[in-house]
Design a protein around this ligand. Structure first.
Ligand code: 6GU
Length: 235
């Protein structure tokens, strides 16, 4: 059982996500446990503040140390071994499939979502979290990134996809983009399913798919072919 705790100012944002599809089923079958905790529950003043203006001036607000350290402490207090801390930030290391594979081997993750202009730097200094970004654009908060990470993680848990074949089948095209897929009907508005897929000739089908995967990757994502790619990541 993988345990994931999420620290956030907006726990409600996760409700739809955690209540739907693959992730919901993985939770229901006990493959993963996800708990959302609000930083605000650890605020100490009467306004329940979790952020304040930056020393030195400048726009926006900064996540305060107090509520963040106390929230993390309340979760890690009873945990042996302690969870791996992940701070979601556009300043982090870019999330990749090999990184997701690595995280899926953990027993307990604690995800910290930020808001406002960022975190007080002493949160990094004191907690030494791994910092993760999901891409080179700025979100207004880390919550969508946490959901991206949880989704990518959960689908790797044995049994999460139901159809066990889907992950093994995908690894055939390791590091390449998926080949084109078709389903019924054979003919739709004048567009036909490639003949080879109807042939029942498994070796030819496999060769066609392999060629399509390579060609699609070369055209759309040549970087995947040229980059040092020791992952086994189907994309
Ligand atoms: Cl993890 N957080 C925010 N706020 N923006 C992002 C991101 C994370 N990853 C890409 N952009």
């Amino acid at each position: 059982m993988l345990r994931i705790d999420v620290l956030t100012l907006f726990p409600d944002v996760f409700d739809g996500f955690l209540g739907s599809s693959i992730v919901a089923r993985a939770i229901a079958s006990g493959l993963v446990q996800v708990r959302c905790v609000n930083y605000r529950d650890f605020a100490t003043d009467r306004h329940r503040s979790v952020d304040d203006s930056p020393f030195g001036g400048g726009p926006g607000m900064v996540m305060m140390c107090g509520p963040v350290f106390d929230a993390v402490g309340s979760i890690t207090r009873d945990c042996d071994p302690p969870p791996s801390l992940v701070l979601l930030t556009p300043q982090g290391e870019r999330l990749t499939q090999p990184m997701v594979n690595e995280f899926s081997g953990e027993r307990h993750l604690l995800l910290l979502c930020g808001h406002y202009e960022g975190f007080d730097e002493r949160i990094r200094e004191g907690l030494r979290p791994r910092e993760v970004s999901i891409g080179d654009y700025v979100l207004s908060g880390g919550e969508p990134a946490a959901m991206v990470l949880i989704d990518a993680l959960v689908r790797l848990l044995p049994g999460a996809l139901g159809d066990e074949a889907s992950t093994t089948e995908e690894s055939f095209s390791a590091g390449l983009l998926e080949y084109p897929q078709y389903t019924k009907p054979r003919s739709f508005r004048g567009m036909e399913v490639p003949e080879v897929l109807l042939s029942g000739h498994h070796a030819r089908i496999e060769a066609w798919r392999r060629a399509q995967s390579l060609e699609r990757t070369r055209r759309r994502r040549p970087d995947l072919l040229t980059d040092a790619n020791d992952s086994n990541a189907p994309i």
